[in-house]
Design a protein around this ligand. Structure first.
Ligand SMILES: NC(=O)c1ccc[n+]([C@@H]2O[C@H](COP(=O)([O-])OP(=O)(O)OC[C@H]3O[C@@H](n4cnc5c(N)ncnc54)[C@H](OP(=O)(O)O)[C@@H]3O)[C@@H](O)[C@H]2O)c1
Length: 261
């Protein structure tokens, strides 16, 4: 899909990968509609041209306002980028259910509701794209955040299904699986502490800008799935080919993390 002159809604656009997407898509000539909770950061990211709708995406009223305001300003929505998300570093067998629900609300129900609100408008114009930002943790279950992985698996599965549901309507659906991206994500988790992956992280970490470029280029070639960085595909393939060995390695990291608490 060509991005020039397309109306692009980006959630979680006040910082990190979402802010970098705003810049990558604006540089390709997109018209932006941005949302997150922080109005001043959204205004900094979007400059004078972008439409900004601040609010908590776990609230239906924020999602409704985002879609209504975008349609009122631009008359259409061509691309929806469901990027806002949050993590939770607690074991599935002991996680605080209120935090789990808050995470599922932002990572699954908010994107699903936005998709349901936007698709009828895309159908009318006979074209559109839905980009859902999952994670490599949505391809490999990471035991230090099992439930976060569950949300990202679910989002990936929803995206695959949507692609088949909507292709004949001219609407494309793409999953994005970032690896370790240098953003405030680790600081913003709802609870718990990540394992010390600093060595691994340094080796594989990419900038939000690189991730956003991968997303924009993926959309330009109508990719089904973008793994960013590409080397993440190797990790996913190894996990599929050698599941027991892979589990043991991840289990070892998990128990090292428990011992360091
Ligand atoms: N960073 C990584 O290593 C990594 C790896 C794999 C996948 N991902 C995924 O990539 C996406 C972006 O992550 P990131 O690294 O850019 O994280 P980030 O730096 O923490 O940014 C998260 C964005 O979501 C917004 N947000 C958080 N809670 C919100 C809420 N309740 N309502 C509205 N907006 C909310 C934040 O803005 P406000 O605080 O202003 O609301 C911010 O703009 C997430 O879905 C994450 O799961 C990240």
């Amino acid at each position: 899909m060509q991005i020039d002159n397309k109306v692009v809604v980006i959630t979680g656009a006040s910082e990190g990968i979402g802010a970098a997407c705003a810049s990558a898509f604006a540089s390709r000539g997109a018209l932006l509609s941005l949302t997150a909770r922080s109005q001043h950061r959204l205004e900094e990211v979007g400059g004078k041209d972008a439409l900004v709708t601040p609010g908590d995406l776990r609230e239906e009223s924020t999602r409704a306002a985002l879609v209504e305001r975008t349609l009122a300003r631009y008359g259409r929505i061509d691309i929806l980028i469901n990027n806002a998300g949050v993590g939770l570093y607690q074991p599935a067998h002991g996680a605080d259910l209120a935090s789990v629900r808050a995470m599922f609300e932002l990572n699954i129900f908010a994107p699903l509701d936005l998709i349901q609100k936007v698709v009828p408008h895309m159908k009318k114009s006979g074209s559109g794209a839905i980009v859902n930002v999952s994670s490599i943790g949505g391809k490999i279950t990471l035991p230090w955040f099992t439930l976060y992985s569950a949300t990202k698996y679910a989002l990936g599965s929803i995206t695959d299904g949507l692609r088949m549901e909507l292709r004949r309507e001219g609407i494309h659906a793409m999953t994005v699986c970032p690896g370790y991206v240098k953003t405030g994500f680790q600081r913003h988790v709802l609870a718990g502490r990540p394992p010390d992956l600093s060595g691994l992280g340094r080796k594989w970490a990419i900038s939000p800008r690189q991730c956003a470029e991968d997303i924009a280029r993926g959309l330009e070639r109508n990719a089904r799935t973008v793994v960013s960085p590409k080397s993440g595909w190797l990790l996913i393939a190894l996990g599929r080919m050698f599941p027991a060995t892979f589990d043991s390695r991840l289990e070892k990291i998990y128990w090292e993390q428990q011992a360091n608490r």
